[in-house]
Design a protein around this ligand. Structure first.
Ligand code: LER
Ligand code: MN
Length: 274
């Protein structure tokens, strides 16, 4: 398992659960100083940083790009894969494709989180799910051009009503033709929705492609009441070799949150390593 830390460049997400905000180079520098393997980027769009700048920073600081978020499509443009408006659904797919093109050259999968939307407002649950699956098929195929997976993230009930658990996520992925779509297990959402987080990770098995590593209250690892022992043991049991990526509030501040998470990563992952 490898470590990653989030950097947001989205002005509308200043209060969001991202460790570093606004300054990509500073976030990369701090990540490197603390010994992270990678950064995860939440960008307003594909033009927020040029490919050259991004490649240069990753090289300068010896970091990988773990994943790129697509939530700005919702936060900034109100796009959703399950909007009742076909034009908006098409624009949502186009926006996410541009984010796949942004991360793909760096081997970084795109994340479908808030862009999944929700059912209601005259749209049935099954219709919404069909639109979501159609989106995942098209976007999975697009990601395959870069030989990267696409990450789909079940969210808690206050953020979506489409898919809130790992088991429901597995059902969706098993129904797809695309074979490169994987689940993002965000421990914060799982703490709200799962009866047993470790058991849910085992249910996820080979479908788990990425983990948002965070405590129960969305503070950094160790600042809530999450029971990490069984969680790390479950990840080991399923042979998980991806990132534990710090998507947490910058509490009490960005530097302290990043330092706290990497301490937690070393304690839990080191402790359970063979
Ligand atoms: C949103 O709550 C979240 O967890 C993000 O990773 C998805 O956009
Ligand atoms: Mn998340």
């Amino acid at each position: 398992m490898r470590s990653a830390v989030t950097i947001s460049l989205v002005a509308e997400a200043k209060a969001g659960p991202f460790v570093f905000h606004d300054d990509l180079e500073l976030g990369c520098r701090r990540a490197k100083e603390l010994g992270y393997d990678a950064v995860e980027l939440f960008a307003p769009g594909p033009d927020a940083v040029t490919q050259e700048t991004l490649r240069g920073l990753l090289r300068k600081y010896g970091l990988a790009l773990a994943a790129v978020g697509t939530g700005a499509g919702w936060v900034k443009h109100k796009l959703s894969l399950t909007s009742p408006d076909a034009g908006i659904r098409d624009k949502a797919i186009e926006f996410i494709k541009t984010m796949i093109d942004f991360g793909g050259p760096h081997g970084a999968p795109a994340i479908i989180g808030s862009m999944q939307g929700r059912w209601g407002d005259g749209v049935s649950q099954s219709q919404s799910l069909d639109w979501l699956k159609g989106g995942l098929e098209a976007l999975g195929a697009h990601a395959a051009r870069f030989d990267v997976p696409l990450f789909y993230e079940p969210l808690n009930r206050y953020e979506t009503n489409l898919c809130t658990t790992v088991a429901a996520g597995v059902q969706i992925l098993e129904s797809l033709q695309a074979t490169n779509v994987r689940l993002l297990a965000d421990l914060f959402h799982m703490n709200i929705e799962e009866a047993d987080i470790a058991a849910a990770l085992e249910t996820g098995g080979k479908w788990i492609g990425h983990v948002h590593f965070v405590d129960s209250n969305r503070r950094p690892v160790g600042d809530g009441h999450m029971n990490y022992g069984p969680i790390i043991a479950a990840l080991r049991k399923i042979g998980y070799g991806g990132y534990l990526s710090a998507e947490a509030f910058p509490w009490p501040d960005s530097d302290a949150a990043a330092a706290q998470t990497i301490r937690g990563f070393r304690y839990w992952v080191g402790r359970h390593s063979a």
